[in-house]
Ligand binder design. Structure first.
Ligand SMILES: [Fe+2]
Ligand SMILES: [Fe+2]
Length: 145
């Protein structure tokens, strides 16, 4: 297991917490398939990485879009900054996907999953997602202000 779901920071919107927990499951699954491929680089294991990588990427696109739709609907002022960070990370993930598909070399993805992603995810949730969720909660319930 790469990421422990119990250590994930919680934000003020349940829909975001649910998506983050799904994200952690998909990341852990991807990491397991990658380790299996590394110890036994068969075609079957490569296809399992393809599949878990595809699922994580698709989920990440909808994770980010889900937050962006809510930010636009509520007129969240730092929308562009938050979306810019989502776009940057999606760019990183898609170039790692292309690299993996072209080379079947697990190292770059493994290094990203260990050294970059967990720290990014926790920091992103603690900062931009926390502020966004707080804003969304207030915009839904003005009495909370
Ligand atoms: Fe998020
Ligand atoms: Fe976000």
């Amino acid at each position: 297991m790469l990421l422990d779901i119990d250590t994930l920071p919680l934000v003020d919107m349940a829909f975001m917490n649910e998506v983050h927990q799904e994200d952690v499951h998909l990341i852990n699954r991807l990491f397991e398939t990658l380790l299996a491929y590394e110890s036994e680089p068969t075609e079957k294991n490569a296809l399992a990485v393809d599949s878990s990588l595809e699922k994580w990427y698709t989920h990440t696109v909808s994770h980010f879009e889900g937050e962006e739709v809510k930010m636009r609907e509520s007129g969240f002022p730092p929308y562009a900054m938050h979306k810019g960070e989502h776009d940057r990370v999606l760019g990183e993930i898609s170039s790692l996907m292309e690299q993996w598909k072209g080379t079947r070399e697990p190292k770059p993805l493994k290094i990203y999953l260990i050294e970059v992603l967990p720290h990014w995810l926790v920091t992103h949730i603690e900062t931009m997602d926390t502020v966004t969720a707080r804003f969304l909660k207030r915009s839904i319930s003005p009495s909370n202000i």
